[in-house]
Ligand binder design. Structure first.
Ligand code: SDX
Length: 390
């Protein structure tokens, strides 16, 4: 076929690329970050460590992780002039739209400098400030006092404290909740060339600054077929519970090809078996809700829905299994994150992966401006017709 571009030309025209960051096997349900199985990282690592691994290619030693933590802490505050931006958004604004705008605005406050050291600073600044911006947005939109990051808290502890601490009711950091959040973020940290990562690579190929490329990734993640599915799953489960919809009717509707959303949280472009992240997320659901003594009817419905769907011939024939979004919202609800911030949590998790993928493409000597071609299906050449003759 003419115009077929080999992989050697990188991502430039085909939408596929070479990458050494994340390995996925959709048939066997395998996911590895830089060769480390997701199960081992979820069990033994921290989100900070996984972020370092994805971006630098190796697990950090003690000196490296300490240096990275200091950078994250040093760059955890947001320029005070940015606080006024929040007030300009209508109250009904979705946190993903706010986050995408605020991340783009970071470029105006933090000039993007070249050079390795500056890149490390820019990376730490982004990973740290995105978390602060998310918590600030939550507080400001509720009219509550903004809580600042603290040097004595870890990445996840700081986020929870910035979200839920208040002058009248100090937030008590629960190690089980911190661990659940860290695992949640690890499970979302990278996933090969998904929609939002491809957006980051595509926008980045124009050699725009990292903030703008990440802002594009946040916008791409927002959609309900991609990162927005975690919010859509909870809305679907809530609807089932509130309207007492029989699960067999839910499955029947999901098979209707005209239904744009089908069964939210099910199916995947790559996994044609169980998403390995879902197994971990499901176990964490059980563990966290038991520890917190929470009874969430949505979890029961989700488990019952999965049980009948995975035996249903349509789902079996189409290789449809629960993906990461099917149970992730249950964990976030237990932590106390509002539903409209679920995809923001996905973005905080995915940020190191986006940065790693962007960096890999920038460092690729064969990397060129991404400029896909098309198969033209429009009219052949035509003569211009003056207005009065049409
Ligand atoms: C994420 O790419 C990534 O890695 C993404 C992600 C990441 O970490 O970055 O994993 C995160 O985005 C997970 C997906 C979240 N989205 C949802 O849960 C939304 C619901 N899922 C579907 O919209 C769908 O499964 C997609 C969009 C995820 C995948 O769509 P595809 O690739 O078009 O699905 P497919 O080609 O594998 O579909 C095969 C068949 C089709 O039926 P036919 O047209 O052949 O008859 O299965 C059907 C689809 O219509 N199908 C579904 C279905 N998903 C696919 N039928 C019912 N319910 C569903 N959820």
């Amino acid at each position: 076929m003419t115009g077929m571009i080999t992989l050697d030309s990188g991502f430039a025209n085909t939408g596929s690329c070479k990458s050494a960051i994340t390995f996925m096997d959709g048939e066997r349900g395998i996911l590895r970050y830089r060769g480390y199985p997701i199960e081992a990282l979820a069990e033994h690592s921290s989100f900070r460590e996984v972020a370092y691994l994805l971006i630098n290619g190796e697990l950090p030693n003690r000196k490296q992780i300490t240096r990275f933590s200091v950078l994250l802490n040093d760059h955890s505050l947001v320029h005070e002039d940015m606080r006024s931006f929040f007030g300009s958004f209508p109250r009904a604004s979705h946190p993903m739209g706010i986050l995408s705008s605020m991340v783009n605005a970071l470029k105006s406050f933090y000039p993007y400098l070249e050079g390795e050291e500056e890149l490390n600073t820019t990376v730490a600044r982004l990973i740290s400030k995105v978390r602060t911006l998310a918590a600030m947005s939550y507080k400001i939109f509720r009219g509550h006092t903004v809580v600042y990051p603290r040097p004595d808290l870890s990445y996840c502890e700081n986020f929870l404290n910035m979200m839920f601490d208040s002058p009248v009711r100090p937030y008590e950091i629960d190690p089980d909740v911190v661990q659940a959040l860290s695992v949640f973020l690890i499970l979302h940290a990278d996933h090969e060339q998904n929609c939002s990562t491809s957006a980051v690579r595509l926008v980045g190929s124009g050699r725009v600054n990292l903030y703008a490329a990440i802002s594009a990734g946040i916008a791409a993640l927002w959609g309900p077929l991609h990162g927005g599915a975690n919010q859509a799953v909870i809305e679907m489960l809530t609807n089932i519970v509130e309207k007492k919809i029989p699960l067999k009717d839910v499955l029947a509707r999901a098979k209707d090809r005209n239904d744009p959303f089908r069964l939210m949280g099910f199916g995947h472009r790559v996994y044609k078996t169980y998403d390995p992240r879902t197994r971990i997320m499901k176990k964490m659901c059980d563990r966290l809700l038991t520890k917190l003594n929470i009874h969430d009817p949505l979890l029961e419905v989700a488990q019952a829905l999965e049980e009948i769907a995975v035996k249903d011939s349509y789902f079996v024939d189409h290789n449809l299994y629960p993906n990461i979004d099917f149970y992730s919202g249950i964990v976030l609800r237990a932590i106390g994150i509002p539903t409209n911030m679920f995809t923001v949590m996905f973005a905080i998790g995915r940020l190191p992966g986006w940065i790693a993928q962007w960096k890999e493409s920038m460092d690729d000597p064969e990397w060129r401006l991404n400029r896909p071609r098309q198969i033209y299906t429009g009219p052949t050449q035509r003569e211009y017709v003056p207005l009065d003759e049409r």
